[in-house]
Design a binder for this molecule. Sequence first.
Ligand code: GDP
Ligand code: IMO
Ligand code: MG
Length: 427
Amino acid sequence: MNKTLSIVGSQWGDEGKGKITDIVCKDADYVVRYQGGNNAGHTIEFDQKKYSLHILPSGVFNPSTKIVIANGMVVNPKKLVEEINMLQSHGVSISLYISNRAAMIMPYHEELDEYYENLKLDFKVGTTRKGIGPAYMDKINRSGIRMAEFCDKDIFAKKLSHNLEISNNLLDDTKLTKYSFDQVHPEYEKYAEVLSQYMCDTSLLLDQAVKNGEKIVFEGAQGVMLDIEHGTYPFVTSSSPSSSSIPVNTGIGSHYINNSLGIVKAYTSRVGEGPFPTQIEGDIADLIRETGREYGTTTKRPRRIGWIDLVQLKYAARVSGFTQISIMLLDVLSVAKEIKVCIGYQLDGKEIYTIPPLERDYQNVKPIYKTFTGWNTDITNVLDYNSLPKEALEYLEFIEAELGLPINIVSVGPDRLQTIIRNDIFQ
Ligand code: GDP
Ligand code: IMO
Ligand code: MG
């Protein structure tokens, strides 16, 4: 039996990773976030309560699950302390481990995010402005501040002062905020004091856990199409959500990562800029957006809406290595009289079945659709797969056959209980 499971967004984010991670973690020993930062917004609903998490993994609501922030993440310490306080004020007990090698997001990174976006003209990414790109830039440039350095008084003061000098130089002729050392240092030293109790070598921790046969869930943020390597570059985030990135982002052997659940929205949504071949506008898009509450968890921006895209999903399944999938928000499609599925693209008069590498070409592809009849009935209380309307089963079976992957979970509402689990996903 598999003891590890990765939960990965298969589209452009917001597929429902938070909801599934929370459910799966009911019997997990560890849950790990391995990339990204507080650009993520993961929603969990149960007992008439709704939580949005940005940094901590969504398995935090199971008191026996240890939660890990791994080395591949970029951590905003102020937001992390706020998130811990928010959960504790709701009576949630947290057993947290933060990698001593995780990269820190500092206030100047948020300003630099804005600064670089403004320079990009036609190539604005539409980032969340959380400083994610600039924090990863510093990491790759070897000038970033890592968790162990953040918690060392001398090193932190020295690096902060140096990095502020560089960022303030860049921001010199702009209206953006130029922070002084005295504005940042006393406040952030306090966060370091709070967070240092959680710091450890999470690679060692997870290596021991996996060797002891403990159950570990890896929760991806964003989605494969936002992956810096495999996504719709340059309209992507600055990390690799794909499950193939987990070994390097956590410090455990790649042979432990062989069970990956792709989280698939029953349609598609995207926030921010970039190509989206199956995007739709007008009444049906508005109806889906309102029914699915498709507004950003982090930035509140309305999400762009489109039909499910099998070319895109086959690509994501390949590059990330899915072994099974979960179909999310199926209930939302109850509002559609007919439902389209993209099965190929037309580009310059030719049919293609994969994602072209040039962003210009991907902007120009035209989807080839197969149309399904909708079921137009409320399915939010259906708890047995075979009780779903026959039109919904036809839709699901087509997706399953085309992707060649089992649909092991079907989600029919935001609440924990509105979930059809067909097979044990740890198998
Ligand atoms: P994540 O970033 O992948 O965790 O997804 P988000 O939380 O950003 O967005 C998913 C949204 O869909 C949230 O508002 C969830 O509460 C909601 N949601 C998840 N599953 C379902 C479902 O099956 N049906 C409906 N109607 N909403 C769902
Ligand atoms: P979750 O984990 C949806 C998008 C932004 C922008 C691009 C780059 O909730 O699925 P960044 O701030 O990362 O530099 O922005 O990526 N983006 C997301 N879209 N869900 C997310 O996270 C996202 N995180 C980043 O909108 O287009
Ligand atoms: Mg989200």
